[in-house]
Design a protein around this ligand. Structure first.
Ligand SMILES: NC(=O)c1ccc[n+]([C@@H]2O[C@H](COP(=O)([O-])OP(=O)(O)OC[C@H]3O[C@@H](n4cnc5c(N)ncnc54)[C@H](OP(=O)(O)O)[C@@H]3O)[C@@H](O)[C@H]2O)c1
Length: 293
């Protein structure tokens, strides 16, 4: 019987992935998190709970004992440059030492080294740590969550203006639910060592997003393309923390360059169902969008 472990099981993606594995009844499912007291519902459904904190390598030695296949959910630790990469390296080292055979890692589109560091650089060096390890792995480069499109929309709906640095570039938004089911599917059946982009069904430009939201809310919204530095100034003036500003601008500029317009069959291949289109996701969130109108 195979033993599966999901890290970060109290996060949105980790929890859904663990639930999907439990529903599949494929083997032993371990839900690992910094605070197992939050995971009573998963335990009730049959998950074993373990404490795993990537900042605490000793916790990983016991958490990963006896695990065959591990879903390593990238963390949200953006408070200090380098912290997240150190966390991921701790997890990979513990997995290799503990006898894990296959790691599925949640990465980002166009992960690559950047001299100034940042989110894409973290993901790239995590991918490199996997490549340098003895492990087999599946790197899932999750494209921008459809949920992220909701972040800037209340302001756009209120002002009628959607500022982005994506130009005319499209984004293959993918729902977090589809990413979680894909990660669970990859944990169950992926083999070898491969990097895959996890995308929605089609790229959507910000002009198209503005039109979709205008139709859903009845409020006219215009997409205003701006440069990366101008977007950074606007987001900083709105009070967003510097590392988040940097990440949002990097992702916009990457979209402008076409890196986010890739479409792959990976969601269908691993989850067994077609990815949700952004238009359907927004329609399902119509009430929240209307509330901002
Ligand atoms: N593709 C996209 O658009 C997009 C957008 C946002 C984020 N992401 C990335 O995708 C990941 C999963 O997304 P999400 O929506 O599930 O994020 P989330 O709900 O914010 O969850 C954050 C995750 O980070 C984990 N974590 C934080 N510190 C940790 C530590 N010291 N050791 C182990 N785990 C730690 C949490 O685990 P516990 O609390 O259970 O310990 C939790 O699973 C994020 O963490 C981020 O890396 C992708």
């Amino acid at each position: 019987m195979t033993t599966y472990l999901v890290t970060g099981a109290s996060g949105h993606l980790g929890r859904l992935a663990a639930e999907t594995l439990l529903d599949a009844k494929a083997g032993t499912v371990i839900a690992a998190t910094r605070d197992p007291s939050k995971l009573g519902a998963l335990a009730t459904k049959g998950a074993e709970l373990r404490r795993a904190d990537f900042d605490d390598p000793a916790s990983l030695t016991s958490a990963f004992a006896g695990v065959d296949r591990l879903l390593l959910v990238s963390t949200d630790a953006l408070d200090k440059p380098g912290r997240r990469l150190a966390q991921h390296r701790n997890a990979i080292a513990a997995a290799a030492k503990g006898g894990v055979k296959h790691v599925v890692y949640t990465s980002a589109p166009a992960a690559r080294p950047l001299a100034r560091g940042g989110i894409l650089d973290d993901h790239y060096w995590t991918e490199q740590a996997l490549a340098a390890s003895s492990l087999d792995w599946t790197i899932l480069r999750n494209h921008i969550y459809a949920e992220i499109s909701l972040m800037g929309l209340p302001h756009a709906i209120a002002t009628g203006q959607l500022f982005t640095a994506t130009g005319t570039g499209g984004r293959s938004y993918v729902t977090r639910d589809d990413c979680a089911r894909t990660a669970a599917g990859a944990l169950l059946k992926a083999k070898g060592r491969v990097i895959l982009d996890v995308t929605g069904p089609e790229p959507v430009t910000q002009n198209e997003l503005a039109k979709l939201v205008s139709t859903l809310t009845g409020k006219p919204i215009t997409h205003i393309p701006v440069s990366g530095p101008d977007l950074a100034n606007g987001l900083a003036a709105a009070g967003l923390p510097p590392l988040l500003v940097e990440a949002l601008v990097d992702f916009d500029v990457d979209a402008a360059q076409g890196f986010h317009a890739i479409v792959t069959p990976v969601v269908k291949d691993f989850s067994g169902r077609a990815p949700t289109a952004l238009a359907d996701f927004l329609a399902a969130n119509r009430a929240a969008l209307k509330a901002a109108a």
